[in-house]
Design a protein. Structure first.
Length: 91
């Protein structure tokens, strides 16, 4: 969120497997684009995030710690780059 310029940003999936931050007009009341929606799914104790537009693409992390999109063709054998461990932060 950019308070100085009154802008908000969302992460969007790109066709080249990358993630790009784009600004959105929160005041317009319009919904976020499908590229920016990641649905949470669960694999044992891990959370994975499937992209709404690119159904076989999941939010992942590469070897350098950068966000990327990764392919996942089977949830029986998930891509380890897309497995996240989430913890609740106490108040």
């Amino acid at each position: 969120k950019d308070n100085e310029n009154k802008k908000q940003y969302v992460m969007t999936a790109q066709t080249d497997q990358s993630i790009k931050a784009v600004d959105v007009d929160a005041s317009s009341g319009s919904s976020y684009p499908d590229e920016a929606i990641f649905a949470a799914e669960y694999y044992w104790s891990y959370t994975i995030f499937r992209n709404q537009k690119y159904n076989q693409k999941y939010l992942g992390c590469d070897g350098n710690g950068n966000m990327t999109l990764v392919d996942m063709h089977s949830l029986d054998y998930p891509n380890p780059q897309a497995l996240f461990i989430l913890n609740k932060v106490p108040n």
